[in-house]
Each structure stands twice: as structure tokens, then as C-alpha cells.
Design a protein around this ligand. Structure first.
Ligand code: C2E
Ligand code: CA
Ligand code: CA
Ligand code: CA
Length: 276
């Protein structure tokens, strides 16, 4: 498939991504990507509204395809989930993020996205323990971001998974809150440390009369009451920083503070000398 340069380009066009043949090509390339070292992680700063300091980074996977160039995770993660490759990719992400975070100051956290498929695998706690031990970072520095997708089936086993992960001491964040199948019932029993407010609520929130600000305020009030932190995602301009701070969010993530950058650039942002 890879030799067929022009074909590959066409096969990856949006309208064809659902085709079985396209999926197969993407799948073959994804499988090769793991062994070829074609993935890397970028890191996007998460900033405290109180201190205006970087207190953590979210790890975001990047795939540099040999002929297509950078392919968005929004395009290939769903395919990896469908064909079972998400387990191997997710393990690589978790181990790599912990190893790279081990070079940061001990107060800086790393957030890692965990697919609902990984979350349904009883082997996840052992993997998390292994990644922590291998890197030497404290469990409290690792935050796992999960979406409401983890609640779609088997609430019983997800309860056990929550307990096992909290037992290890890692933090849990509910990602993309407010999109999809939101139910407040999820918040009642699940031990989240943080709610990430989806960027669709931040968009336009600073404009007069926009209703998103009221929704953000309600989410923050709820999170405060439940003892959870809040991160507003996709904050792009200063007006939004001011509003988000006024609405009481504890953290901000978005282009206004920095785009996702490679590991060495994150080290520079943190004032860590390269090579030490
Ligand atoms: P997400 O977890 O919601 O990650 C946030 C996305 O918003 C990232 O897109 C980030 O680059 C983008 N973003 C951050 N700030 C801004 C902003 O100010 N404006 C705008 N317009 N966008 C902003 P990215 O890196 O393309 O990732 C897309 C999605 O792919 C992620 O959404 C996540 O669901 C998934 N993903 C990325 N890396 C991983 C991974 O390692 N594992 C898994 N399972 N999923 C991943
Ligand atoms: Ca995320
Ligand atoms: Ca998100
Ligand atoms: Ca998202």
C-alpha cells in the first residue's frame, strides 16, 4: 500500500475513510508505524489560573506518515480502536510520556489520554504500575484522561477499574465533558480529580450574551462542590483567559498559552537544561 503513493493520498481523503479498503491500508500503515518509530508525543501546557504557571502538560500523539506527512490523531485513533492496535499504541504513549516527564521538575504533572478500550482491559493497572516504575515518576504526577465512552458498557467492571487506578495513586480526569452522552450520574460515583470542559463551550464564551459562559459556570460550581478541579480546553485569546478565571476554573489549556510542542521544547519551557 505504501509504494502506491498517489493512491494512498486519495485513500486517506475524508469521504473515503469509512471504506473497508481504506481502513485496511491505514491499519497496515499503523501497524508498521509502531515498529518504525513513526510516532512521537507532543506536549501542551496546562496552566494554573491562580499562579499563571505551567503545572502540567497533556501528551498528544503525532504520527509522521512516510508519504502522507502528519496524520491527525482524530483520524487514526478511531481506526486503531477498531482494529485492536490501540492497546499497543496506548502502551507506547503511556510509557513514553512517563519517561519524558521524568526529566521535568517533580511538581509538573503529565496527562495521558486513555481510550475506553484500554480502560476496559483488566491489564491496565499493571501497565500503569509498570510505566511508573520504569520511569520513576510519582503516581500523583500521572493523570489519566478518559472520556464518557468508558461508561457505555459494563459499569460494574469500570467501577473496579476506577478503584484499582485510584489505589495506585494516579489522578483521573473526565475529558471532553459536556459532549456526547453526558450524564451527571457519571460524576456521582466515579472518583474523578478533574473535569475537562470541552472547547466547544469555550468557543465564543467571551462574547456578550453568549450562553456558554453560563454553562461553564454551572460546570465549575458542580465540580467545586464535588471537590474536583476544572480545566477549560481550547482557550485561544486573552479575553477568554479573563472570563475563564472569573468563572472560577482552576486550570487553562489552549493555544493562548501554547500549542503542543515536542519534548525538547517542553523541557526548554520548563527551564530544564537539555542533556541533564
Ligand atoms: P483531546 O484529548 O480533547 O485533546 C485536545 C485537542 O485540542 C488536541 O488536538 C489539541 O491540539 C487541541 N487544542 C488544544 N488547544 C487548542 C486551542 O486553543 N484551539 C484549538 N482549536 N484546538 C486546541 P489533537 O492533538 O489533534 O488531538 C485530537 C484528539 O485525539 C484528542 O482530543 C484525543 O481525543 C485524541 N488523542 C490524541 N493523542 C492521543 C493518545 O495518545 N491516545 C488517545 N487514546 N487519544 C489521543
Ligand atoms: Ca485529552
Ligand atoms: Ca479534551
Ligand atoms: Ca476532544
Amino acid at each position: 500500500a505504501k509504494a502506491d503513493g498517489r493512491g494512498v493520498h486519495r485513500f486517506y481523503s475524508d469521504d473515503m475513510l469509512t471504506g473497508a479498503r481504506t481502513r485496511k491500508l491505514l491499519e497496515d500503515d499503523l501497524r508498521a508505524a509502531i515498529s518504525d518509530g513513526a510516532f512521537h508525543l507532543c506536549y501542551q501546557p496546562i496552566v494554573s489560573t491562580k499562579s499563571a504557571q505551567i503545572v502540567g502538560y497533556e501528551a498528544l500523539i503525532r504520527w509522521n506518515h512516510p508519504t502522507r506527512g502528519l496524520v491527525s490523531p482524530a483520524d487514526f485513533i478511531p481506526v486503531a480502536e477498531e482494529c485492536g492496535l490501540i492497546e499497543a499504541i496506548g502502551e507506547w504513549v503511556l510509557r513514553t510520556a512517563c519517561l519524558e516527564a521524568a526529566r521535568w521538575p517533580g511538581s509538573v504533572r503529565v496527562a495521558v489520554n486513555v481510550s475506553p478500550i484500554q480502560f476496559a482491559n483488566p491489564a491496565l493497572p499493571a501497565l500503569v504500575t509498570s510505566a511508573l516504575a520504569q520511569s520513576g515518576i510519582a503516581a500523583g504526577r500521572l493523570e489519566l484522561e478518559i472520556t464518557e465512552g468508558v461508561f457505555l458498557d459494563e459499569t460494574r467492571s469500570s467501577e473496579q477499574m476506577f478503584r484499582a487506578l485510584k489505589g495506585i495513586g494516579v489522578r483521573l480526569a473526565l475529558d471532553d465533558f459536556g459532549t456526547g452522552y453526558s450524564s451527571l450520574g457519571y460524576l456521582r460515583n466515579a472518583p474523578f480529580d478533574k473535569i475537562k470542559i470541552d472547547q466547544s463551550f469555550v468557543r465564543g464564551a467571551a462574547e456578550p450574551g453568549n450562553r456558554n459562559a453560563a454553562i461553564i459556570k454551572a460546570i465549575v460550581t458542580l465540580a467545586d462542590t464535588l471537590g474536583m478541579e476544572t480545566t477549560a480546553e481550547g482557550v485561544e485569546v486573552q479575553d477568554e483567559i479573563d472570563l475563564i478565571r472569573d468563572l472560577g476554573c482552576s486550570h487553562i489549556q489552549g493555544y493562548v498559552y501554547g500549542r503542543p510542542v515536542r519534548a525538547d521544547e517542553a523541557l526548554r519551557q520548563l527551564g530544564v537544561e537539555n542533556g541533564t
